[in-house]
Structures are given as C-alpha cells and as structure tokens.
Write a protein that binds this ligand. Structure first.
Ligand code: C2E
Ligand code: CA
Ligand code: CA
Length: 659
C-alpha cells in the first residue's frame, strides 16, 4: 500500500527533523556523550520505522523476527533516552551553576567598591561598574567606546602609558598608583591593577582594570610625612626637609649656573638658659629665635630656614653672591643680638655663623652642611669673628677642627700613646722620675704632638676624657716599673679644667688602689696659669689631692702671673721652671737671672725645683751649681715610648758609679 509507505517515510522525515532540532538544544562543547546518545536513539527510532517498512514490503517475512527486532530496538532506544536525559539533566544543572556563578561575579564586579572598567585591546571601554561611573560622574552608556582616563591623562607621562601597554599586551599584569583628575577636575590617587582577559585560545580579548581610590590614604601619609619633616617646638622644617630642599636647590643652581650658600647658625650659651630657666623657657626662647630668623629669611623663594636640632639653625640662600651672603649672615647675627624679653626678664644672646658656597665648597648637601659647620666651629673658636666663611680657614684650622670632632673616638679606639721623659736628681745623679707626655697616633694625620691637640681638647670639653685615659694607662705602667724594681716617680700633666672636675680625686684614688700604687710615686704637674684660674675651687681640689699623699708641681713656672702670696697659699710641693728660660739661659742674661732667682725663691719657700729644657752639658752644669734639684731635657733624653724608656733607664743605671 503506497499510502502507508508514504506515511512511514513522512514519519521518518519528521522524526529526523525533530532529532536535529532537539539535538541543537544540547550544546555540543564538552557534551558530546549526551549528543551521541540522543543521536543514536533517534537513529534507532527511525530504523524501527524502517523495520516496519521492510516487514510491510515483505523483506522480512517472519513476524517473530520482526516483532523481536522492533522490541529490541525499542529497548535500546529507551535505554539510550534514559541515559541521554540523565546526562542532559546534569548538563543543564552545570549550566545553571555556571550562570549563577557568572551572575555572582558580575554582581560582585558591579557592586565592588573598586572602580572597574573592561576595555578592548584597542583601548575602548566595553564595561564599567557602578563605582567607576560614580567616580567619573558619568552613566555607563556614555562611557562605552571611550578610552579610560588613565591611558590618556596628562598626569601620567606618555612613557608610563607606553610601559603599561607593553606589559599588558604580552599578557602581564600592571600594578601601580595613578595620580589623576576626576571629571570634577579634582586630583585623586588610585591604586590600580590592569590585567588581560584571554579566551580559550589564549588570545587577549579584553583588559580589566580596577581602581581603588586612595586619595585620603595619600593625604594622611602626606600629613604624617609633613609632621616628620617639621620640628615640633618651632614648627620650622627639620634637617631632613632642609636636606631635601637643599638637594632640589642644588639641582636648580646647577641648571641655572648659580651660586648657593649654606649657613649654619649656632646660638651661644643656650644650654645655660635651659639649665637655669628650665626647658619650657628654653622652648619659648627657641620659638622667638625662630620667629626672628624667619622674619629675615622671609622670601621663601630665596631662603630656606630649618632647625637642625638643639640651638642650631640651618639656612640656605639661592642665586646668591659672597657679598649678599655676608650681608644676610650679618642680619641674622644682628637679630640675635637684640635682647630677648621672656618672663619679665631680659636675655642677651650671641650666635656664631659659618657658611659655605655651592659649587666652590661642596657639590652636595652633606658636604655643604659639613663645611658650614666647620666654618661655624672656627667662628666659635675665634676671638675676632662671629661669622666665618669656609675657605677663610687655613689648613691648620681645618686640621684642628677635624681633630676636635674625633677625641671621643680616639679615646675609644686607643689612638693615644704615652712617652716618658726621665728626670734626674742632681744630688745623686739618679733617675728619680719620668714625665708622661701624650701623643696621638691619628689614623689620617700620623703622630700628633700634644701642643697641637691639648688646647683643642680643653676648649672643646674633651680634656677630661683624655686625662682619664692618661691616668689609667700611666698608672698601669708605673705599677709595672715598680714591680720590676725601677723606683721612679711619675709626673702627669693636669689641665685647669681637670682640677675643677669633681671626679678627678676619686679617679686618682680608684686607679691607685686598682694598681697598688703608693701616692708618693705620683706627682701632678699643673701650669702656673691654671692655678690662677679658679682660685678657691682649685685650692680645695688641690688640698684633697695632697691629702691623698700626691705631690703637686707648678709647671711652666715664670710664664704666668702667680704672685708669691699665691704660691704660699697653694698646697704645692715643687716648682718646674719653664723651659723657655732654661733654653736661653746661656745666651740671655735676663733668662739666667730669672732661672737663678726662681731657684732661690723655691728654696726659700721650702719647695723643690726642676729645670726642664736642658739641651746641653753646660746648662746642666750651671744648674747644678745654682743648686737646682732636678733636671729634665733633651740632653739627658728625649721623651720615649715605654720600651725605649726602660732600655734607656737600664743603660743609664749601668753607667752610674755604685757609690
Ligand atoms: P710640658 O708639660 O711643659 O712638657 C714639656 C715639653 O717640653 C714636652 O713637650 C717635652 O718633650 C719638651 N721638652 C723636654 N725637654 C726639652 C728640651 O730639652 N728642649 C725642648 N725644646 N723641649 C723639651 P711635649 O711632649 O711636646 O709636650 C708639650 C706640652 O703638651 C706639655 O708641655 C704639656 O703642657 C702638654 N702635655 C703633654 N702631655 C700631656 C698630657 O698628658 N696631659 C696634658 N694635659 N697636657 C699634656
Ligand atoms: Ca709638664
Ligand atoms: Ca713645662
């Protein structure tokens, strides 16, 4: 029956069409199994119809076979369909989950507090989240197709924009902070991450950029930085800020070929005000000083003022000349000289100023400040100048300044050494003592004689630490001499400042006990002038020393102004006539008279007398005739280090007559 055949063919056609359409509903990618299952099921459905057709047209005769085969096919179809449906269900579930996930992501991006923008490889905006629109005060639709601001902004140099593109184009991520203008024209800081989005084939399809507005954070950081760059007492910039600005000024001076001066101003005796009036008054004074200085260094384009710390202020002036700077320094100095009225009291201050120029005296901030400081130190040590220009310092000056800043280190590093010069007793010809004379073995300058640094150490307040070192080290030596049977005394030079130091007596005592030293083995040499300096204090300190049993000798006698009355009042046991008289006594009658009368004077006061500076036999002989007690000088021996001294002593003793 042709109608039936037609209907069957029609049904096959409709089924194939239905299959094709339904299969299209199942996405192929990654879901091939389900697709194959359904395809097979549908093919088998079609083939069932084919079986009917074959049976109908008597190609299959046996109804049992026809029946069995159609049932079998139906069973396979059902199995395939169940498996297919099961798989498809899983596929749709997965799809639903993916969609949910995607939705969450897009919500997260949309509502993220970070502004997010997605743009194409050609730099056109494809998507912006709410925050991004908010920041830009523009609805998303108006932003699509535009180029993100950070890729065009005038605040970001083209070189940075090129770097960004170079990095993200090859798949890299760019992290940075951008300074940008928002649509209101306000500058804002944004922490930014830009990274590429790739498709399955690893091709970059988009870029995503997210920004966090860190303007407030930045402003806070800046405020903290500002605070750390200012001195809290005077509100002036501090040294760090000064150096920072100085570096910038140096660059400008270099570009414009201009001179720049750095000035360092140090207030004198400020410590005394702090100590007597208290720190609060000291602070008021500092503020007043800073006000006065600010008034002079008003023009901020020309001058920069800072407080370096303590009572030291730093300034620099740009586009200057030597004349201009000197005038400026004078103004600064004058303003400090005017009396200060604080708490109903009037104070008078002085300041020392040192200055140095860029580029002549230094090309960087550190050197310029250091050289202005050196010049200021020279001004402090000078009796004439309160303002000092760096190059007006000669080499000697510079060396002295260099030395005066290294005493403490030198003591710590044991850079000193003691030399000993023998002292002979005329009556016995025996060596009865030795004077300890210090030398500084400086790592840069080599051996430095005491004349070059003792006065500096006195002025800079470092003498006591040196005296302490001398006492400690010479006492060890003295103990060793006596242990080895050398019965000699030790003379130590003590400065005027040392006698004033309340710790001196206890130091002597401690070191004596520690080294098992008899007080009779020690003699302190104190110059005539230092005896004069602090009368009552000196007298009581000396009394305490003599009470310990230590002898005191007046050094350089004849050069000072000690009156006879003084001599009798001081607990002094010996006099050492100054070498200048001894050195010249053969050629200069006046010196000879002084030597003779000093010897007589000492004897009349019941004091022993030493002559130093004996350079020849004749002088030695005359002094013996004049009844001098002890002799010291190059003729006997120059000062020597301990080993040389002991060898010399052994040799000297071996030549002495036994009786
Ligand atoms: P001073 O106390 O008057 O020491 C004597 C100086 O005269 C020593 O110089 C010594 O070397 C030198 N002298 C000794 N005999 C002769 C001589 O025959 N002819 C000549 N032309 N000079 C002679 P030095 O060692 O250079 O010491 C110089 C000064 O340094 C000392 O003068 C003393 O005032 C000071 N000094 C040395 N060591 C110390 C110390 O440890 N502490 C302190 N406060 N001052 C010291
Ligand atoms: Ca001496
Ligand atoms: Ca002397």
């Amino acid at each position: 029956m042709p109608e039936i055949t037609l209907i069957i063919w029609l049904s096959i056609f409709l089924q194939v069409t239905a299959v094709t359409l339904s299969l299209r509903l199942i996405p192929l990618t990654g879901r091939a199994t389900a697709w194959i299952l359904f395809s097979l099921a549908f093919v088998l459905m079609a083939s069932r119809r084919l079986l009917d057709l074959l049976f109908g047209n008597h190609f299959i005769e046996d109804p049992y076979i026809h029946n069995l085969s159609t049932r079998l096919v139906a069973l396979i179809i059902s199995t395939l369909m169940v498996a297919g449906v099961f798989l498809t269900k899983r596929i749709f579930e997965q799809q639903r989950k993916d969609a949910e996930q995607l939705n969450k992501f897009s919500l997260a991006v949309e509502q993220s507090p970070s502004a997010t923008v997605i743009f194409t490889p050609s730099g056109k905006i494809e998507y912006t989240n709410k925050k991004f629109c908010e920041i830009n005060h523009t609805p998303a639709e108006k932003l699509y197709g535009l180029t993100p601001g950070f890729l065009t902004t005038e605040c970001t140099p083209q070189s940075t924009i090129n770097k960004i593109w170079n990095k993200i184009k090859i798949g890299g991520t760019w992290k940075s902070e951008f300074y940008n203008k928002d649509s209101n024209g306000q500058h804002r800081w944004a922490r930014t991450i830009i990274s590429p989005i790739k498709n399955n084939k690893e091709e970059i399809t988009f870029y995503i950029a997210s920004f966090e507005d860190i303007t407030i954070e930045k402003q806070q950081q800046q405020a903290i930085k500002e605070l750390s760059l200012h001195d809290h007492i005077t509100q002036l910039p501090n040294r760090n800020l000064f150096q920072d600005r100085l570096q910038q000024a140096i660059t400008t001076a270099q570009n414009k070929d201009q001179m720049l001066s750095v000035l360092l101003l140090d207030i004198n005796n400020f410590k005394a005000i702090n100590n007597t009036m208290g720190h609060l008054t000291g602070d008021v004074m500092l503020r007043e000083i800073s006000n006065r200085l600010s008034n002079i260094a008003q023009d901020s384009s020309e001058h920069f003022l800072a407080r370096m710390g303590g009572d030291v202020f730093l300034l620099f002036t740009t586009d200057t000349t030597e004349d201009k700077t000197l005038k400026f320094a004078n103004l600064l100095s004058q303003t400090i000289l005017k009396p200060f009225f604080i708490e109903n009291r009037s104070f008078e201050l002085t300041a020392n100023i040192g200055y140095a120029f860029y580029p002549t005296h230094g090309k960087n901030d550190d050197t310029l400040i250091k050289n202005a400081d050196i010049a200021m130190y020279a001004a402090k040590n000078s009796t004439k100048n309160i303002i000092q220009y760096y190059p007006s310092l000669d080499d000697g000056n510079l060396k002295r300044l260099e030395l005066s800043s290294h005493f403490r280190q030198a003591v710590e590093d044991d850079e000193f050494v003691l030399y000993y010069q023998p002292q002979m007793e005329f009556s016995s010809n025996k060596i009865i003592g030795a004077e300890a004379l210090i030398r500084w073995i400086h790592p840069g300058f080599g051996l430095i004689p005491p004349d070059e640094f003792i006065e500096l150490a006195e002025k800079s307040g470092h003498i006591y630490m040196i005296t302490e070192w001398v006492i400690q080290n010479s006492f060890i030596q003295l103990a060793e001499w006596h242990e080895n049977g050398h019965d000699i005394e030790l003379s130590i030079n003590i400065s005027a400042n040392d006698i004033q130091n309340p710790e001196l007596v206890s130091l002597l005592e401690t070191e004596m006990i520690k080294n098992k030293i008899e007080p009779a083995w020690i003699k302190l040499e104190i110059t005539e002038n230092s005896l004069m300096l602090y009368s009552s204090q000196t007298a009581s300190a000396l009394t305490r020393i003599t009470e310990l049993g230590i002898a005191i000798s007046i050094d350089d006698f004849g050069t000072g102004y000690a009156s006879l009355q003084y001599l009798t009042r001081m607990p002094v046991t010996q006099i050492k006539i100054d070498k200048s008289f001894v050195l010249q006594m053969l050629s200069n009658d006046q010196d000879a008279v002084i030597v003779r009368s000093t010897i007589d004077l000492a004897h009349n006061l019941g004091l022993k007398i030493t002559a130093e500076g004996i350079e020849d036999e004749e002088t030695l002989n005359i002094l013996e005739i004049l009844s001098c007690d002890y002799a010291q000088g190059y003729y006997l021996a120059k000062p020597m280090n301990n080993t040389a001294f002991i060898n010399w002593l052994k040799h000297y003793n071996s030549q002495l007559p036994l009786f």
